[in-house]
Design a protein around this ligand. Structure first.
Ligand SMILES: [Zn+2]
Length: 383
């Protein structure tokens, strides 16, 4: 099976639908068209932070529509296939500045040259040298699609140009061969105290909206629900209304902190931040090929820094609502490398935890976070 690790980003000002806790399925641009899969964008943010890899110039449609009509307007000054070939050539040369030079004004405004340099270098790292490409008529969307064949991986490119021949839309997606899901092999403790609800978790798309995205294959979104089943008190309009908000986020095993991202402001519930999808997050190394990752934390409240040694159960930060998160919750995952963008998700196996499923509690010898379960000790849940 091939998964697609999408390296792309969202137009600024894009509003998101509220489906999902941390990555909704669709985004609407300022106009009205559903554009991108936010879950895919999550990968970018988890990985590239600010390196936006694609963009849509809001003028794309207009420019293309004009070009395509018979209003007597001049045809595009260049053919899109020429520009696509030029992009491929410049990616192979790792010439980010050269790619940036092909952008139209809107693209330049949205995606500065330094982002483009990182983007081109990430693509070149991901696919290796692109040895051939061909048009792909099956692609959806407004741009022209190409299949890219690289020395290390294959990819896809969507590109559109304006009447001036400059790029108004560019997306490059890298496909990777997916290895089987590994399971954690060291003892783990739950990343929280008390009893939490698994809002998304498991190994199937029905249980877990994360599964299509490399490092998030077994990621989980965790919340606390009250007796009424709601995740908040009152009207839920402020983060403090949420039962999970401010809860300690705990290291699941002994390890050393490898990444701390802090300073991403929190969202008002319902609003999301696709520009920094993971929000504030911490990554901890536990063993070779075993790292844990905790996202959407509160800014300015980290208990650890890079290099901090932690024990299983050490509080590392506070549950918050930063990044592409619709309400305060904890996003937790294990992955096989320090950086999400080039890691594969690892299934976290907990032992001896109390799981309430279908109203019935049982202590599980081996447990994987699964959607719909209540996990942990209810006696400690009172906060
Ligand atoms: Zn999540």
């Amino acid at each position: 099976m091939i998964v697609v690790d999408t390296l792309r980003c969202l137009p600024r000002g894009a509003a998101t639908s509220r489906r999902g806790r941390c990555a909704s399925r669709q985004v609407r641009a300022a106009g009205e068209r559903a554009l991108f899969d936010v879950a895919a964008a999550a990968v970018v943010a988890l990985t590239l932070a600010t390196a936006c890899v694609s963009a849509r110039d809001a003028t794309t449609t207009g420019a293309r529509a004009e070009a395509g009509t018979t209003l007597g307007l001049a045809p595009p000054s260049r053919a899109v296939e020429d520009v696509a070939a030029e992009v491929v050539k410049r990616v192979n040369e790792r010439d980010g500045a050269g790619v940036y030079a092909l952008y139209g004004e809107g693209m330049r405004a949205r995606f500065p040259e330094e982002s483009t340099l990182r983007f081109v270098s990430d693509v070149a790292d991901g696919v290796g040298r692109i040895t051939s490409s061909e048009a792909d008529a099956s692609g959806e969307g407004e741009g022209t699609h190409y299949r890219l064949h690289g020395e290390r991986a294959d990819g896809r490119m969507e590109i559109a140009i304006g009447r001036d021949g400059r790029i108004t839309l560019l997306q490059i997606t890298i496909a990777r061969k997916e290895p089987p899901v590994a399971k954690s092999t060291i003892p783990l403790v739950l990343p929280f105290r008390g009893q939490w609800f698994v809002d998304w978790g498991g190994g199937t798309p029905a249980d877990n909206h994360h599964v299509g995205h490399g490092s998030q294959r077994h990621a989980a979104d965790l919340v606390i629900r009250g007796a009424d089943g709601k995740t908040h008190r009152g009207d839920g309009k402020t983060n403090a209304d949420y039962l999970a908000y401010g809860a300690d986020v705990l290291a699941v095993a002994d390890g050393t902190v490898t990444t701390v991202v802090d300073g991403v402001p929190e969202n008002v519930p319902g609003a999301m931040n696709p520009d920094a999808v993971a929000g504030n997050y911490v990554t901890i190394r536990h063993a070779d090929s075993l790292y844990s990752f905790y996202a959407h934390l509160q800014p300015g409240k980290m208990h650890v820094q890079v290099g901090t040694t932690v024990k299983a159960g050490t509080a590392i930060g506070l549950c918050g609502n930063s990044g592409n998160s619709s309400e305060p919750h904890m996003h937790f995952q294990l992955q096989d490398g320090p950086r999400s963008q080039d890691s594969w998700g690892v299934e976290a196996v907990f032992t001896g935890v109390l799981v309430t499923r279908g109203g019935k509690g049982q202590r599980m010898k081996e447990y994987t976070l699964l959607r719909g379960d209540l996990v942990g000790e209810p006696s400690e849940a009172k906060r």
